[in-house]
Write a protein that binds this ligand. Structure first.
Ligand code: FAD
Length: 255
């Protein structure tokens, strides 16, 4: 896909050759956003030296809709409820361990996972494929350009420690929809940079707070402090703590 600025609109050429003229392009194309790259928007961030090992499990005991997160020295391990007696596991390990674990067959992999999960879900088995994702922080230097708005991971991809990535994307979309509606009602050109720049007031501070808090949480639980190594907290508690910290941080003057 290509896009080219014209006076008052942007021309988009799709892969199949179709051409569209529009006042605004929304870049929702993930953390390696082609649209951001084409617009010359740079990303800032770092690698966490961690890989998320992801799989789905089928278990004996009901999850009752509860999500759990274990804060282990090598990284958090999340168990997220799915339909029926199934859950999604997001198991974060240091890269070096993740590589080793990933090379194991299903039985050995399951045994290691079992040692970490315990038996609160009873006996379990892995269903479907196993996946792995190297984790990194990537935040776009700016979220908008003339006739372009980046949302979701295209604008910011953060550590999945508290499962906030998707929420942050929803917030971007809500803010963008409001900006468009307000501009439309005022009779302004909603694709213009002047109008879109308002987005950073609603999105920028949230992202800054999220990644600050998540980075603190990640580092904190990696300190291998014994009392915390076996600590298990539910995601709702983690979210409450996150909101409190976030509120405190957002009271600081914005620069
Ligand atoms: C291991 C892991 C666990 C996570 N767990 C959670 C969690 O528990 N809760 C949570 O809220 N978040 C979680 N996240 C984060 C969450 O997955 C992301 O924040 C979210 O998926 C971002 O959505 P997105 O639509 O912005 O980007 P993506 O999900 O990356 O979607 C972008 C889409 O755009 C498509 N695309 C790209 N280029 C083009 C193109 N040129 N044309 C057409 N389509 C294109 C891609 O194929 C893709 O489908 C997790 C992330 C990871 C890595």
């Amino acid at each position: 896909m290509e896009h080219k600025q014209e006076k008052g609109f942007i021309r988009v050429t799709l892969r199949n050759g179709d051409k569209l003229n529009t006042r605004l392009v929304v870049g929702a194309d993930g953390k390696n956003s082609e649209l951001a790259r084409r617009a010359g928007i740079k990303k800032t961030g770092w690698r966490y030296n961690q890989t998320a090992l992801v799989c789905a499990i089928e278990h004996e005991i009901e999850h009752n809709g509860l999500a759990w997160q274990y804060f282990l020295p090598n990284g958090p391990l999340a168990v997220l409820p799915m339909k029926g007696k199934r859950s999604s596991v997001v198991w974060t390990e240091q890269n070096i361990h993740a590589k080793t674990v990933n090379s194991y067959d299903k039985t050995k992999y399951t045994n290691i996972l079992e040692a970490r999960l315990g038996n609160f879900l009873g006996k379990f088995k892995i269903i479907g494929d196993r996946h792995s994702y190297p984790l990194e922080l990537k935040i776009a230097d700016r979220f908008v350009d003339e006739r372009l708005a980046l949302v979701g991971d295209a604008a910011h991809s953060i550590h999945p420690i508290a499962g906030q990535g998707l929420n942050a994307g929803f917030k971007d979309i809500a803010v963008l929809a409001q900006v468009i509606e307000d501009a439309f009602l005022r009779g302004e050109d909603f694709g213009s940079l002047g109008v879109l720049s308002v987005m950073k007031n609603g999105v920028g501070s949230t992202v800054f707070n999220s990644h600050t808090v998540l980075t603190c949480l990640t580092s904190y639980f990696q300190m291998k402090m014994k009392p915390f190594a076996s600590c298990v907290i539910s995601e709702s508690k983690c979210w409450t703590a996150f909101q409190l910290l976030s509120k405190k941080l957002s009271k600081r003057p914005q620069v």
